[in-house]
Design a binder for this molecule. Structure first.
Ligand code: GTP
Ligand code: MG
Length: 196
């Protein structure tokens, strides 16, 4: 699936702009700056396919990418939580993000990214609650594992697992990744490729 071509399809700013729901898709959600866009680049092996930056709030549209002979979409979402952008604009994209997560029929799985340094925060819980209510299966991807010690990583993984136990829509297995070093990327590719 990841060996074939990958193309940017469009940036969506309103629910009415979503592409035809003619294939399965997976999305990447998480706090601003957690590493969503970088993860898409790592998965596809394309350095600047999704624009990443150190400024929280970089991705402000729902960005669609078509994978493998066009039979699956990867969806890069704007972040939630703190973002360096004007309040009304942030409010608008947060509302869009929530409508998308709750209402996209072809969304097969939401990957919720959690920074390995920080663990699950209150804003993550809010999104997980929304996914529970919407009956969207979600799976946690821990990011930036290259930035923490093994002890810190293990402690935060336990915190995340405890948090997930309270969410009926959570898939229990989590994936620990580094987009920078490549850890966990092949595992995540396999998970995405085997979703039907
Ligand atoms: P928004 O679009 O603002 O919500 O952010 P995002 O979640 O898309 O994060 P993005 O991919 O833009 O990455 C944010 C910053 O974290 C960038 O400076 C990345 O280079 C860095 N980063 C992302 N993944 C990793 C990783 O695995 N390791 C390290 N060390 N840095 C990472
Ligand atoms: Mg982004």
């Amino acid at each position: 699936l990841f060996a074939g071509p990958v193309d940017f399809v469009k940036g969506v700013v309103a629910m009415s702009g979503l592409p035809e729901p003619d294939r399965l898709e997976v999305c990447f959600a998480g706090r601003s700056n957690v590493g969503k866009s970088s993860l898409i680049n790592a998965l596809t092996g394309r350095k600047n396919l999704a624009r990443a930056s150190n400024t929280p709030g970089r991705t402000q549209e729902i960005n669609y990418f078509a994978l493998g002979e066009m039979n699956r979409f990867l969806v890069d979402l704007p972040g939630y939580g703190y973002a360096e952008a004007p309040k009304p604009i942030v409010a608008k994209w947060q509302a869009l993000l929530k409508s998308y997560l709750a209402g996209r029929q072809t969304l097969r799985r939401a990957f919720v990214l959690i920074d390995t340094r920080h663990g699950v925060k209150a804003v993550d819980e809010e999104i997980m609650d929304l996914l529970d209510r919407s009956a969207v299966t979600f799976q946690v991807v821990m990011t930036k594992m290259d930035k923490v010690s093994t002890a810190e990583r293990d402690a935060n993984i336990e915190q995340v697992k405890a948090a997930l136990a309270k969410h009926p829509a959570a898939y229990p297995e989590l994936v620990v990744t580094s987009s920078e070093k490549g850890d966990g990327i092949e595992t995540l590719r396999t998970i995405i490729a085997t979703l039907v």
